[in-house]
Design a protein around this ligand. Sequence first.
Ligand SMILES: [Zn+2]
Length: 349
Amino acid sequence: MSAHAHLHYGFPTVFGRGLAAEFRNFVNPPFLVVTMDDLWPLFAADFAGADARPYFTRSTDVGDLERDLADLGEIRAIIGLGGGQALDVAKYFAWRRNLPLFQMPTALSVNAVFGQRAGIRENGRVVYRGFAVPECVFIDLDVLRAAPPALNWSGIGDILCFHTGVLDWRYAHDRGKAEAKWPWDPVLADQSLAKVEGIVDAVDDIRTMTDRGIAALVDGLQWGTSFHGAGWCPRHIEGTDHFLFYTLEHLTGRKFLHGQPVGLGVVVGAMLHGSRADEMLDVIARIGLDIRPEAMGLTWTRLEEGLTTMRAYITSQPLWHSIAHDEAITPAFLADLRSRLDRAYAHRS
Ligand SMILES: [Zn+2]
């Protein structure tokens, strides 16, 4: 019997419209709205006259956050309103001050809203710290639909990665290289794979962000909390997919739209495993997410550098064993990847 047959996951999540205007009626004042300066003009009227202050996220560096925390004054609740960064800072503040947290994503670009730990930076390195469970995650259908489409399409990266995460887990298990604390669990793996099918089955709805498309994205991103639910096991949720992203981030020191390098990592991982690579690429391209290097500000040379040094980088970290630890990226592989990408986006300019 799998220990994870009855795994608990997800946070209380509410779908609706006009939700930002309701915060003033139920959030304990004075409260802080952790957001971004370019988003605030869209929501300021919802908080007009309320005992609320906006906090504009500029940095996720722990030193900056601790300094700002010391200057906050009296606050009785935290609202996170924005994309990944504002939601992570909201988590961090709620954790450090022991305050109730309410989260409202303005785009579904990553699964940050469905994780207990806050992604922050220590000495320039991303670390995940804290434990913040929101009272509720508010999914405003109209707000999400109004976001730049690529931001929402990016969210499929944090769901399709379950495909390669599970492949890597199975691969490590078959070779006796799965970590003792994370033994292969087919029940947990199957739950992840069902979320992948939820995206494959909703391509058109996600492209146009219908209510059904938003529901499919949220359902897959909610599975992010199964990292905690499975006892901090990351095996069923990420592998080569995110490893390519970590490598590219380390190599370039740049920020990426999360779903682009992760989505490319899904295709790379699926190619290495010989499992559904063209199908994953087709789903990504049909939804509209452009994962070609030029779409994320990388030259082919730079991407090739990332791919060929990934093995050394992930081994040095170290990260849990994957096919990318064993297989060298060859010139033939690079040429194959490039022609697959060219084909997938041939009609998308
Ligand atoms: Zn991710």
